[in-house]
Ligand binder design. Sequence first.
Ligand SMILES: CC(C)(COP(=O)(O)OP(=O)(O)OC[C@H]1O[C@@H](n2cnc3c(N)ncnc32)[C@H](O)[C@@H]1OP(=O)(O)O)[C@@H](O)C(=O)NCCC(=O)NCCS
Length: 184
Amino acid sequence: MLKSLKSLKFYTKYYLTNHVIAHIPIHGLRLFWYRRCMKIRIGARSQIWLGCRFFGDAIAQIEIGSDTVLGYGVTLNAAAPIRIEDHVLIAAGSMVHTADHDCQDPNFSVRTAPVTIQSQAYIASNALILKGVTLGEGAVVAAGSVVFQDVKPLAIVAGNPARAVGSRVKGNPPQPILEAPLFC
Ligand SMILES: CC(C)(COP(=O)(O)OP(=O)(O)OC[C@H]1O[C@@H](n2cnc3c(N)ncnc32)[C@H](O)[C@@H]1OP(=O)(O)O)[C@@H](O)C(=O)NCCC(=O)NCCS
């Protein structure tokens, strides 16, 4: 009985977070919910735009630094901790996954590993970052890319699987935060 009440509470919170709160066009209210009810650590001036979704048992181990933006409809699947540092931009529709299933295992077991996105990284639209990956400081992931291996600092990677296509200039000032649109 107690167990089912606990899971009702858990899934109600999920439902509210991803299907109700995520679509309320009041940024401060969403941030309040994410911080206070979901226990996500979110630094100063960071923005989480409309339609972002949070899943997984480790939601409370999601850490978002300061001056970071999660664009429209970004998904963080936190079966393991996700650390996103400062001045990061994750563009619309991108997903971070910390789990998959072992497809060779008859039990289809779940495998998890944390993801770290270091400061100044830029993940363009609809990219997929898979479990265990660390994106180095200032790394860039091109639109629609699938990243399953670590990316070196300042590297620009693209494609599926993502491969290095260039590198960023060293020593640029911190990536400026986007100006939030009215209903972000
Ligand atoms: C990451 C990005 C900014 C890189 O731009 P860039 O440094 O000017 O890179 P280039 O356009 O010179 O491309 C470099 C190489 O990567 C390849 N490439 C670029 N983007 C790619 C992508 N999304 N998928 C696969 N390959 C890609 C190019 O074909 C080129 O390959 P080549 O050298 O063999 O010709 C750009 O590719 C991108 O993804 N833009 C983001 C778009 C977006 O999401 N906008 C909205 C959110 S802000």
